[in-house]
Ligand binder design. Structure first.
Ligand code: ATP
Length: 362
């Protein structure tokens, strides 16, 4: 059952059409991430769900109740939506202890003191900062302050938790630590989470579903694995690829019920359904390219342009004729610049896109 539903939601800032017909269903218990480049409308969509902004048109339903109806001028206040929010800036009250910061949402609900204490301790425990309860925010590191902000959001046991780039102020190591904590928190609390980020690794590692945004539109909603393996458009493939995916132009013909493509990668056959155009683009991930120093049947010769070791992995820039190809290998490898190597790849890992529509066809 969907706990949040957006139907044909549009938003304008002056004449700028920033959300274009957003349709979305978030299932109860989902960890749904809004992913996309800067300025594509993720935060605006989150703020509309939170009730901090009124959509120009469209309907927002939370737990079966219409909270926004643009045309009917219905707009429920944020406090009536049963959700908690955490922003990039932690906004803790500096003159209050961590206990007071976290307990605030419970105090206003007139819950007995002993129970408040228990709930605050539990929330801090979940974020592994129980021992900081009597300190002031200025005595905490950035990462600890962000944990307090999350503890404050979960202490009221909201059914829905909205997080807007909560980790972007933290250093790389802390971010990874917090991803783990958030993932565990989601499992333990079974809360529905919506999480905004432009960091695809964050999205792929934590979410149960990802909504991919471009230019005010949701272009794909999928599981992390689905989005990683089968991005629906060339733009999505290019965005998800890290490092950049290899895009290779090819000609295609129908052959024995398959799509036969001819390109610098040779002749390759793909399953397909009803494709017309003769021009396609093959998308090959750097991590799917296997490099060998020795030739083998079907392997393609390339020249090594440069080798970029990055500790646990190595990026290898290859030159195949006048085309560059990027490969990624786990561990440390070294190839002589300008030496010849042979590449191979599993053809079933290649995605085929129609060149005109830029849509995935196989
Ligand atoms: P980021 O990752 O940079 O936060 P985003 O995907 O969350 O980006 P939004 O913040 O939703 O994007 O912004 C969508 C568009 O709306 C952008 O073009 C932005 O400049 C514009 N915008 C957002 N808020 C306002 C506002 N209050 N007034 C005018 N324009 C706004």
């Amino acid at each position: 059952m969907s706990i949040i539903q957006l139907s044909n939601v549009n938003q304008y800032f002056d004449k700028n059409h920033v959300l274009k017909q957003i349709n979305l269903e978030v299932e109860e218990g989902d960890f749904m991430t809004f992913l996309g480049p800067s300025g594509c409308g993720k935060t605006t969509t989150l703020r509309i769900i939170a009730g901090l902004e009124k959509p120009e048109s469209g309907i927002v339903t939370i737990q079966g109740k219409i909270v926004d109806h643009g045309e009917m001028h219905v707009h429920a206040a944020p406090s009536a939506r049963g959700l908690s929010l955490v922003f990039q800036s932690y906004a803790l009250w500096p003159h209050m202890t961590i206990f007071d910061n976290v307990s605030f949402g419970l105090e206003v609900k007139k819950i007995p003191k002993a129970e408040i204490r228990k709930k605050v301790e539990l929330a801090l425990e979940k974020m592994r900062i129980r021992d900081l309860i009597d300190r002031y925010p200025s005595e905490l590191s950035g990462g600890q302050q962000q944990r307090v902000a999350i503890a404050r959001a979960i202490v009221t046991e909201p059914k829905i938790l909205l997080l807007d780039e909560p980790l972007s102020n933290l250093d790389a190591k802390l971010r990874i630590e917090m991803r783990t904590e958030l993932k565990r928190l989601h499992r333990d609390m079974k809360t529905t989470i919506i999480y905004v980020t432009h960091d695809q690794v964050e999205a792929l590692t934590m979410s149960t579903k990802i909504a991919l945004f471009f230019d005010g539109k949701i272009v794909q909603v999928d599981t992390p694995r689905g989005l990683y393996r089968n991005p629906g458009t060339l733009q999505a493939a290019d965005f998800i690829g890290n490092p950049s995916i290899n895009l290779i132009e090819a000609r295609s013909v129908e052959a024995e019920g398959m799509l036969r493509t001819t390109s610098s990668l040779g002749q390759l056959d793909f399953f397909y359904e009803g494709h017309q155009s003769g021009e396609v683009v093959l998308a090959l991930k750097p991590e799917d390219i296997h490099i060998s120093r020795l030739p083998s049947e079907g392997a393609i010769p390339c020249q090594v342009y440069s080798v970029l070791p990055a500790g646990s992995e190595t990026l290898i820039q290859l030159q195949q004729g006048d085309r560059g190809l990027l490969a990624k290998t786990i561990g440390e490898v070294d190839y002589e610049m300008d030496s010849t190597v042979w590449i191979s790849f599993p053809a079933d890992k290649i995605n085929v896109y129609d060149k005109l529509s830029e849509k995935l066809i196989s």
